[in-house]
Design a protein around this ligand. Sequence first.
Ligand code: XLS
Ligand code: NI
Ligand code: NI
Length: 439
Amino acid sequence: MTDFFADIDQIEFEGPDSDNPLAFRWYDSDRVVAGKTMAEQLRFAVSYWHSFSSEGIDIFGAGTLDRPFLDPTRDPMAAAKEKMEVAFEFVSKLGAPFYCFHDRDIAPEGSTFAESCRNFDEMVELAAGHQDRTGVRLLWGTANLFSHPRFQAGAATNPDPDLFRYAAAQVAHCMNATHRLGGANYVLWGGREGYDTLLNTDMKRELDQLGRFFNLVVEHKHAIGFEGLILIEPKPFEPTKHQYDYDVAAVHAFLQKYGLENEVKVNIEVNHATLAGHDFAHEIAAAFNAGIFGSIDANAGDDRLGWDLDRFPVSVEQMTLGMLEILRGGGFTTGGMNFDAKLRRQSTDRNDLFHAHIGGMDTMARALLVAAAILDDGELDTRRNDRYAGWETANDITGGATLQDLHDAQLGSDKEPVRTSGRQEALENLVAKHIERAR
Ligand code: XLS
Ligand code: NI
Ligand code: NI
């Protein structure tokens, strides 16, 4: 085991009054909240790409973070092995139960597909050893079908069938590896599955290709006996102007059209919801309504910047409203909360990675406590149910009245519908009260 984070010991829970910046104030893994431990409710995962495979580059400048194993002059496999040791040191010291990766995060691309597979297989065996040694588990794996220039026009939706074949092979290999590592789920993020201009794009054809691709993925899942969920991660745009997996509603319609609605669920990312013009909570509720809720990429955007900022979550209120929908829906099964979030480019101390995750985990843990308190108290749900109370006696509508029947009945009645208050502000105050009080 490395001592890359030499001055960090195991991060422990110390409670809300602690002043130790390297302790949890809210995330108490064994504490039971809403029927399960916090660890079971939240199922936190560290994302390998932002934390260990990215050095803080932006479009204007070079990397700023202290990640010596990303030095391009080093032997790629030796560097990948060191990176993996650092990753497992970090996740174990943090006390997160899971991690997530793209194939290319853990192993370098080779000069041929076969060499890439060999590199990856070698690193997967090492990961299996690290998992056994530390008890850290894999929440999900995914294939990177967007970084290499070969994917400039997408993967499954590429106009060139050779690219479709290449992507299919890469996904099969990554699914096998995820299965080998006991991964709880497998994720497909659209990457470059979308388009920039209709001048060169046959949208109908590309959507059919994507439907075919996902059906192949589902068939492969069953062929290898993988029991986790297959998850699609919706995103409205970036890198392409129009991503096909725009939001939960678009993904649900797509899944129904291609016969996948009982096989594939969604991985909802907070910042992607914001980019689509939705609240995080809306996307979660939409997914539960459609029966396709799976997992969460926990991060945050910025109200004024319209791109995928991947900040660590800090808003207890925003996350509370999301957690409320997750608890109402029954919580996670095999999904969890992956911190698809990265350090700001000036956060250059090694320990900043701990501060970022501690803050994110405490924010989500606190949101869980507040959401559980709101449901336990019951007033919010009582008020919501009361708004619909009239439907309990609306037997004419539910019992088959025609439009003409409703017309005739209204004509013979002098009853005016009575308006009642939606009480939004009072309900917002109710949430604020629980945010203040939940401990
Ligand atoms: C990009 C996505 C990506 C996926 C995994 O915006 O969030 O990081 O989560 O491929
Ligand atoms: Ni994202
Ligand atoms: Ni994501």
